[in-house]
Design a protein around this ligand. Structure first.
Ligand code: UDX
Length: 434
């Protein structure tokens, strides 16, 4: 099937490449010509495992192409996927202006029946709004349907998420449009749920809010564990064995970040506020998360007293491993707070350093690896659970540090081993230890 994806960003590119891989003819459209030029050469402007290979492979097979020519791309397509950004506006609501802009343009270009699917995360009622907008801008008398088709891709594992999706959600008022969308996704062999449009829109927000709540729940439980000498890793394992609860997203740590959870929770809260719906649980999930990000600093201060002039080493800056994304990354809050406390910072991340360097060109020093970052430091905070941090020679690290303190914000390391080596080690929710 011919598919036009509008917005060659993270969601658009991953979706486009996967649709091409299962045999569709996909054109990814964007207004950024420089981006399109590099995509045409198979170069991806951000880091996502396996995406580049998939794009190159499908460029060769001529299943994927990149274009700024919306007229022709729309003309050829049966399905148009809108995958442009919906960032937080100043008051926390989702800013759908880019989706609206695209809708006006589509309206003015339509000349035959199309299914227009909104992939971007949009508030309940947006599909209906976009349908009206397209209608108002129509130059011809043609028919179209707007459907909701939210994405559930996780950065760092987006390709495998797409091929192994737990579900594909299609929210449609028209069974004709729903059938076309179903046919597009059939080759993935994953469960498809058909709903009305508004429900599909909410499924995205409700899912992200629930997952974020699960994280805040376990983080709050971790806090209790420290006070009553329990181990949150055991507690989470035991809880997760109950199939009604499930073990995923029960990893205690220094809180959630990224481009989705914080933004989507705030947007849902705001939407609730506008219609008198309090969402107490979501409110609390966000509040717990804000406090959680500061936990490593509280722990450091308990051990070191003042942080004034102390050299603190940060391991990991991206909001999670396998991505260079630092949007809403706990690392940024930690850096800000450490600077306020007068600490000196040296940081290392396998791939996200350049982005943080752009924000802190002078006030943070960047190291070439974990070893360099540890030299003379009085504390290490593990912020992101990069695999390479597991295989470090901690004898070498200890010898080079001024004070052998490790705050393990992701419970990544073997605490018994480190304590036996003489480290002052503190994880998250692992009993009253030090
Ligand atoms: C999320 C959703 O999972 C995805 O379905 C949606 O479409 C986009 O938002 P993403 O933000 O890429 O994906 O990452 P995810 O793996 O969900 O992690 C989000 C944050 O939660 C990260 O900061 C991660 O470190 C944290 N997290 C996750 C925990 O602290 N504990 C966990 O158990 C799981």
């Amino acid at each position: 099937m011919n598919i036009c994806v509008i917005g060659a960003g993270y969601v658009g590119l991953v979706t486009g490449a996967c649709l091409a891989e299962v045999g569709h003819k996909v054109t990814c459209c964007d207004i950024d010509q420089t981006k399109l030029n590099s995509l045409e050469k198979g170069r991806i402007p951000f880091f996502e495992p396996d995406l580049e290979e998939l794009v190159i492979k499908n460029l060769r097979k001529k299943n994927i192409s990149f274009s700024s020519n919306l007229v022709q791309s729309i003309e050829n397509a049966v399905l148009i996927l809108i995958a442009v950004g919906t960032p937080s506006s100043d008051n926390g609501t989702a800013d759908i202006s880019k989706v609206e802009e695209v809708a006006r343009e589509i309206g003015s270009l339509l000349s035959s029946y199309k299914v227009i699917a909104i992939k971007s995360t949009v508030p309940v009622g947006t599909c209906a709004k976009i349908e009206d907008l397209i209608k108002t801008n129509l130059k011809s008398n043609c028919q179209f349907d707007v459907i909701s088709n939210p994405e559930f891709l996780r950065e760092g594992s987006a390709i495998s998420d797409m091929f192994n999706a737990d579900r594909i959600i299609i929210g449609s008022e028209s069974s004709w449009a729903a059938n076309i969308a179903k046919e597009v996704y059939l080759p993935f062999g994953r469960p498809i749920l058909l709903t009305k449009r508004e429900s599909a829109e909410l499924i995205k927000y409700a899912s992200n809010s629930f997952l974020a709540t699960k994280i805040s729940f376990i983080n709050e439980m971790a806090d209790f564990c420290e006070k009553v000498d329990c181990d949150i890793e055991d507690v989470a394992a035991g809880m997760g064995m109950d199939s009604r609860i499930g073990g995923r997203f029960l990893k205690a740590g220094i809180g959630f970040g990224g481009s989705c959870f914080p933004k989507d929770l705030k947007a849902l809260l705001k939407a609730g506020e506008q219609i008198g719906c309090g969402f107490n649980i979501i409110n609390s999930a966000l509040a717990v998360n804000s406090a959680q990000k500061m936990l490593p600093i509280k722990k450091l201060k308990n051990i070191l007293g003042t942080l004034e002039n102390k050299l603190i080493s940060l391991w990991g800056l991206s909001f999670k491993p396998n991505t260079d994304d630092i949007r809403e990354a706990p690392a940024l809050d930690i850096i800000e707070e450490l600077l306020k406390e007068g600490a000196r910072i040296i940081a290392y991340d396998p791939i996200a350093m350049t982005k943080v360097k752009n924000i802190y060109p002078d006030r943070v020093v960047f190291a070439k690896d974990c070893y360099e970052s540890a030299v003379n430091s009085q504390g290490i905070i593990i912020i992101t659970e990069w695999d390479e941090f597991r295989n470090i020679d901690f004898n070498r690290i200890k010898q080079s540090m001024k004070m052998p303190v490790i705050i393990d914000g992701r419970n990544l390391l073997d605490r018994h081993r480190l304590k036996n080596m003489g480290f002052l080690y503190s994880g998250i929710g692992r009993g009253t230890m030090l």
